[in-house]
Design a protein around this ligand. Structure first.
Ligand SMILES: [Zn+2]
Length: 309
């Protein structure tokens, strides 16, 4: 919902007014086109965001989130803050639309979208069993990154967050170390926790240039820094000491969105209880209370806020 709120307030070059936003979706199929074979009326489906065009080189190679057209539900295509959502041919053919296993609720299934982004983030960061992971930013995504890192075999998970309130919400996910970076020196503590080696993977899950700069200091030799959170347009440019990269032989990368394959895996993780969706849902609102829902999300009063149209 965070991106939806940003679009609502500031717009987005990929969203032309008037448009229905909302890109973390689950629902029931109520009508299908004549030629649609893979879905039928009554199917329960979860829908991700990035829709491959199906024909460019990236999409043909399973990298639809890098498609130059960059189609997405709730951006160029109508989104989920509505009672009904029409899915166009591209979405039905190539998009992240997957049937929801019976035991999984619509609310939980809608989390497959952000979870898929987290999966993409760790795939690109080459997270390996035994790795130490630092997650900077303990919002809903940061919390998902904690849960996922545990399940992917990380041996130590360190979470850093400026606001103490947010950090306290994240404590229920039982990372190994919680650092309030407004009160404690992140670099010093990470070095203490890693015997001076630094972290194997640093996920910068917030929109902060200083966090992006600091990540290069706390990553280990041959470690991976992932700029997972984008910066708003007009942000200051970061200052990198490129010698840190040179001498550590570390990797600096980014990740954004996900591909349909990852959306399917995320849905399976939720259905199997590997990731417990309910833990991430703090409040549900009806569609006519959407402004209130936005306010709750903006004030960081919980984790995921759900709209039930
Ligand atoms: Zn494409």
């Amino acid at each position: 919902m965070w991106f939806d709120i940003r679009i609502y307030h500031y717009g987005n070059p990929r969203v032309k007014f008037p448009q229905i936003i909302g890109h973390e979706i689950a629902g029931e199929v109520v009508e299908v086109g004549r030629k649609v074979k893979n879905f039928k009326v009554g199917d329960r489906v979860a829908i991700g965001a990035d829709v491959p065009c199906g024909t460019c080189k990236f999409c043909r190679n399973g990298l639809g989130n890098n498609c130059p057209l960059n189609y997405a539900i709730g951006y160029q295509f109508p989104g989920g803050f509505a009672e009904y959502i029409p899915l166009n041919e591209l979405t039905v053919k190539y998009g992240p639309v997957h049937k929801i296993p019976n035991n999984l609720s619509f609310n939980e299934a809608s989390l497959a979208e952000p979870l898929a982004c987290c999966l993409n983030g760790y795939e690109l960061s080459f997270l390996k069993p035994g790795d130490t992971v630092v997650i900077i930013g303990a919002g809903p995504i940061g919390c998902m990154l904690i849960e996922l890192a545990k399940n992917l075999g990380a041996s130590k998970i360190i979470v850093s967050q400026r606001s103490k309130e947010r950090l306290n919400i994240a404590r229920k996910f039982f990372a190994d170390v919680y650092i309030s970076s407004s009160e404690e020196n992140l670099l010093k503590r990470v070095m203490e926790e890693t015997k001076g080696e630094g972290a194997n993977v640093v996920m910068v899950a917030c929109s902060s240039t200083s966090a992006q700069e600091e990540a290069l200091k706390i990553v280990s030799h041959r470690g991976r820094v992932n700029y997972f959170g984008g910066l708003p347009p007009g942000s200051l440019k970061i200052n990198i000491d490129s010698n840190l990269i040179h001498y550590k032989e570390c990797f600096v990368l980014g990740s954004h969105g996900s591909v349909p394959r990852q959306h399917k895996i995320a849905l399976d993780f939720l259905a199997k209880g590997i990731i417990k969706g309910k833990e991430f849902i703090s409040e549900c609102f009806s569609l006519d209370k959407i402004k209130e829902a936005f306010r709750v999300a903006e004030e960081h009063r919980g984790l995921k806020v759900i709209i039930n149209p």
